[in-house]
Ligand binder design. Sequence first.
Ligand code: ZN
Length: 138
Amino acid sequence: MNRYEKPLPTPDIETKEYWKGCKRHELLVQRCKDCGTYRFPPMPMCPECNSINREWTKVSGRGRVYSWFVVHYATHPDFVDEVPYAVVLVELEEQANLRIPSNMVDCKIEDIRAGMPVEVVFEDVTDEISLPKFRPVR
Ligand code: ZN
């Protein structure tokens, strides 16, 4: 595995299960055990019913591009060689308003469209961290 020089996520008590799932190439989303609402990012309390009962649920990893923007100017030196690149907001198929920010792979910036079907892929960047990214469904 090549040395990965970019900033890495630091899993904490709320996010460590998410990152463990990514390492197994499974996309996990927190779900309220009382009302069933999915939520992202992870948080201690359900925004719908205020319950603190929650579980991690494996989701399909499929969704659609809800929105995106293109970064032309790197605000962090480690991303200078990446620009221009797209940041996409993917709405997962499990629930309206369940959206995850990520990057697109295997897709030119000019080919990104609102509503285009995408699926998750995982990039193994270190022994501990795999990053979820999205590519067009073929
Ligand atoms: Zn709830």
